[in-house]
Design a protein around this ligand. Structure first.
Ligand code: 2P0
Length: 327
């Protein structure tokens, strides 16, 4: 039998209405809440997959290094795909990020989106098979969102999720400036943190109760292209998620002093009339979302703050696509 290969490129995404919490501890990784994200053109993951009859188990090289800690998730995701394709072949996976890995920049979202589409292509599955979103979610709950470009929603449906593009990158152009405050990986994974929040934060129930209202409001401001409305809502939803994280036992304190300095600066810029808002995920990096005309100023000002190591800037990205395989 021959080796079956394919390769894909995906971009991370940043949620404006966040996913934090699981519906169950089951291996299918169902989110407790819906979410809405933007896909980032400036960051990129490239993943090559080879299903090889000579392999006894799946193998992963992440940024050139064997990533045995990722083995369980990788194999769970590939098992779901093998079940769809009716094969037992094991895969060699090589994935590279051009940005810090595991540091709150959604490397698992772009990683599992690229893996799913490359592996599906290698096995001869249809790129548009709706089951691919379910497979990607097993690897990372935010990964189905990186299958699509622009503004994307992920909705819960019974024991499934449905993901779709709401607006293309050109429907409502935005720039995203990432203020990188550390290149180090996080100490507690999102997966463990979400379970701990559900089990211990007194604010978790309020997070679940208030979330559908945030999603409804987000769809409405997107429909009206209401930047100020989106800014208020996204910052509120982000801070609400961090309130849940901070009140988890033990606490999940993902911010650094530089994170907070960026947040204050971005709020002041908006008060001064600059169309920009912030969001922060499970790490200390700050993402400033702005209208493209404001991006030069936003990037210059964030880059000038003490503790900001560098900035990364780009517009809204496209969904996953296949690329040629190098032999
Ligand atoms: C999000 N995050 O909506 C939220 C905001 C982090 C904070 O989705 O357990 O790495 O693999 O499903 O996908 C990060 O979660 O977690 C995430 P798992 P994932 O972007």
């Amino acid at each position: 039998m021959t080796i079956q290969r394919a390769a894909a490129v995906a971009h991370p995404n940043v949620a404006l209405i966040k996913y934090w919490g699981k519906r169950s501890d089951g291996s299918v990784n169902l989110p407790a809440v819906d979410s809405l994200s933007v896909t980032l053109a400036a960051l990129r993951t490239e993943t090559r997959v080879a299903f090889d009859p000579a392999l006894a188990e799946d193998e992963l090289l992440l940024n050139g290094v064997a990533a045995s800690g990722e083995q369980v998730r990788l194999t769970a995701c590939l098992d779901a795909l093998r079940a769809v394709a009716g094969t037992s072949l094991r895969a060699r996976v090589e994935s590279r990020n051009d940005f810090p890995t595991g540091a709150g920049l959604a490397s698992s979202a772009s990683g599992y989106a690229a893996l799913t589409v490359a592996a599906a292509a290698a096995l001869g599955l249809d790129r548009d098979d709706p089951r691919l979103g379910e497979v990607a979610r097993i690897g990372s709950g935010s990964a189905p969102r990186s299958l699509y470009g622009g503004f994307v929603e992920l909705r819960n449906r019974a024991d499934q999720t449905i993901c779709r593009q709401l607006l293309s990158p050109t429907d409502w152009p935005m720039d995203i400036v990432v203020a990188v405050t550390t290149e180090a990986g996080k100490e507690i994974s999102s997966r463990d943190g979400m379970t701990q929040s559900r089990d211990s934060s007194p604010f978790y129930a309020a997070w679940l109760d208030s979330h559908p209202g945030d999603m409804d409001a987000a769809l409405s401001v997107l429909g009206e292209r209401d930047f100020g409305g989106l800014a208020d809502l996204a910052e509120h939803n982000c801070l609400k998620m961090h309130a849940v994280m901070l009140t988890t036992r033990p606490p999940l304190m993902y911010w650094s002093p530089t994170t907070l300095a960026c947040l204050h600066h971005i709020r002041q810029l908006r008060k001064d009339g600059v169309p920009v808002f912030f969001t922060v995920d499970a790490g200390p990096q700050v993402k400033a979302i702005c209208l493209p005309a404001a991006a030069d100023r936003v990037e210059r000002e964030l880059a000038g703050l003490d503790g900001v190591l560098r900035t990364i800037r780009g517009g809204l990205g496209a969904g996953v696509r296949l690329i040629p395989v190098d032999d």
